[in-house]
Design a protein around this ligand. Structure first.
Ligand code: F0G
Length: 407
C-alpha cells in the first residue's frame, strides 16, 4: 500500500488516508499530502511511462496496482514556444503551457481526476463545489464518469456561459447563488460537513496533487531543466501552490536543482494576495467586493493564500496585479500572435509578464513559462463584447469582393 500522510502545514497534526478532512481539525490550517520520498527513486519519475496526470502516479496518493483512476485523458497539454509574443514583449525565451486544451477546457481536470478517484475510494454519496465556473464544469464531467451525484454552487450572473453549459449538460445539480464565489464557498463547506458530501474545491489537498503534474510536464518537456520563472493567474490560489509543490518534489528527488520563481497574477479588482505580498504580511485581508472581467479569478478571500504566499516568497517570485484592459490586450496578443485562444483569467499571466518586464522586474534573458489556464470558448460572451462583429453581406460575389477589397 502507498504510504503517505495528510499533514497540517501550520501545526503539523496528521490525518489518515481514510479521514474525510479538508482543513486541520485542531487549528484549521491547510493540509498537505506528504510522501516518504526516500522510498521513491528519481528514475521512477523520469522514466515513467504513459501520458498525462497518471503517468506520474508514483507521486500520487494511490496504490499503484489496486486503484482504477476516474480519467478522461487529462493533462499532457502542449508547451508552445512563443517567439512572436516574446519579441513583442521584449524577452528572449517564452513558453506557454495551454491548459485550456484539457478535456473540459481548463486545468481543473488534473485536480478532478485525482479528487474524484479519491471520492470513489472513500465511497462518498456525492461530490460538491463552489465555483467561478471551471471547477464546476470539470467536477460535473468527472462525477458523470464516476456515476456519482454532483452539486455545484455558482455566483449568480457571474459565471461565463460555456462553463455553466458544461455543468448543466453533464448532469450536475446547478445552484445560482445570490452572492459571490466567497459566499458560495462558505455555504458549500458547511453543506459538505453536514450532508456528508465530498468537497472538491482546491482546499481539498487531493486536488492539488493532480494539479502539481503541470510542474512535472513542464520540466520533462524542457529536458528535465526547470525554467527560471513560471507565471500564472491566481484566484483561490490552489494552482500556484500545487505547481510549486510539484517543482519542490522534483528538487527533493534530486531530479532538478532549482525551483522556478513562482509569479502570481491577480486582477486589479481582486488582489488580496498581491496586497499581502507587497505589504510583507503573512495573512491576507479579504476583499468584500471583488470585481473583474476575468470572472474565473473574481475571488476576494482565497482559501489557499498561506500556501501561495509561501510558494511565491520562498521561490523568489513576485505577485502583481493587472487591469481588465491589460488582460484584454493580452488576450488579443495570445490569440493573434500565437494562435492561442484563452479566457480572460488566463491572459492575466501574459498581462502580468508584460507589466513586470516593463517595470524591470523580469530579466530579458529569463526562460519563462506562462500557464494559460482556460480555453477561449469558455467565455464567448466576452469575445463578442471585445471583437468587431461579423459584417452582413448579400450572397453576391461582386458585393463580397468589394467588401473584401475595402477591408
Ligand atoms: N484560471 C482559470 C481559468 C480558473 O478557472 C481559475 C480558478 C484560476 C485561473 C485560478 O486558479 O483558484 O487555483 O488560483 N477557478 C476556480 C473555479 C476558482 O471555480 O473554477 P486558483
Amino acid at each position: 500500500m502507498r504510504e503517505y500522510e495528510v499533514k497540517c502545514i501550520r501545526c503539523g497534526a496528521r490525518f489518515s488516508r481514510e479521514d474525510v478532512v479538508y482543513t486541520c481539525r485542531k487549528c484549521d490550517g491547510l493540509l498537505d499530502i506528504k510522501y516518504d520520498y526516500s522510498e521513491i527513486g528519481a528514475e521512477q519519475v523520469v522514466k515513467a511511462e504513459g501520458e498525462g496526470v497518471w503517468k506520474y502516479r508514483v507521486l500520487l496518493p494511490f496504490d499503484e496496482q489496486e486503484t482504477k483512476p476516474i480519467t478522461i485523458n487529462e493533462g499532457n497539454t502542449p508547451l508552445y514556444r512563443c517567439d512572436r509574443l516574446a519579441k513583442s514583449i521584449g524577452i528572449d525565451d517564452l513558453w506557454v503551457k495551454h491548459e485550456g486544451l484539457n478535456p473540459s477546457g481548463s486545468f481543473k481536470d488534473r485536480g478532478m481526476t485525482v479528487g474524484v478517484t479519491k471520492a470513489v475510494e472513500l465511497g462518498v454519496k456525492g461530490v460538491a463545489c463552489a465555483s467561478t465556473g471551471n471547477t464546476s464544469a470539470s467536477l460535473a464531467i468527472f462525477a458523470a464518469k464516476a456515476g456519482i451525484p454532483c452539486y455545484v454552487l455558482l455566483p449568480k450572473g457571474k459565471v461565463a456561459l460555456g462553463k455553466v453549459a458544461q455543468a448543466m449538460m453533464h448532469g450536475a445539480k446547478v445552484f445560482s447563488l445570490k452572492g459571490n464565489f466567497d459566499d458560495a464557498l462558505r455555504v458549500v463547506r458547511v453543506l459538505c460537513e453536514e450532508e456528508k458530501l465530498y468537497l472538491l474545491n482546491s482546499v481539498n489537498p487531493y486536488r492539488l496533487e493532480g494539479q502539481k503534474t503541470i510542474a512535472f510536464e513542464v520540466t520533462e518537456k524542457l529536458d528535465w531543466e526547470v525554467p527560471d520563472r513560471v507565471i500564472l493567474p491566481v484566484g483561490n490560489a490552489g494552482n500556484i501552490s500545487a505547481i510549486f509543490k510539484g517543482f519542490s518534489e522534483l528538487k527533493t528527488l534530486d531530479i532538478t536543482d532549482d525551483i522556478p520563481k513562482m509569479t502570481g497574477i491577480q486582477a486589479e479588482g481582486a488582489k488580496p494576495i498581491v496586497n499581502a505580498f507587497k505589504e510583507g504580511k503573512a495573512e491576507i485581508i479579504p476583499e468584500d467586493k471583488p470585481e473583474t472581467i476575468a470572472s474565473a479569478i473574481r475571488i476576494g478571500n482565497p482559501v489557499n493564500a498561506a500556501k501561495a504566499l509561501h510558494a511565491i516568497r520562498s521561490s523568489g517570485g513576485v505577485a502583481e496585479s493587472v487591469t481588465d484592459d491589460e488582460i484584454t490586450e493580452a488576450q488579443f496578443m495570445l490569440a493573434r500572435l500565437e494562435g492561442i485562444g484563452v479566457e480572460p483569467a488566463s491572459a492575466a499571466s501574459i498581462a502580468g509578464l508584460k507589466k513586470l518586464v516593463e517595470m524591470g522586474k523580469i530579466e530579458r534573458d529569463e526562460r519563462i513559462v506562462c500557464i494559460t489556464t482556460g480555453h477561449l470558448l469558455k467565455d464567448p460572451e466576452r469575445v463578442i463584447k471585445i471583437c468587431e462583429p461579423p459584417k452582413e453581406v448579400d450572397a453576391d460575389v461582386d458585393v463580397v469582393r468589394a467588401m473584401v477589397k475595402g477591408v
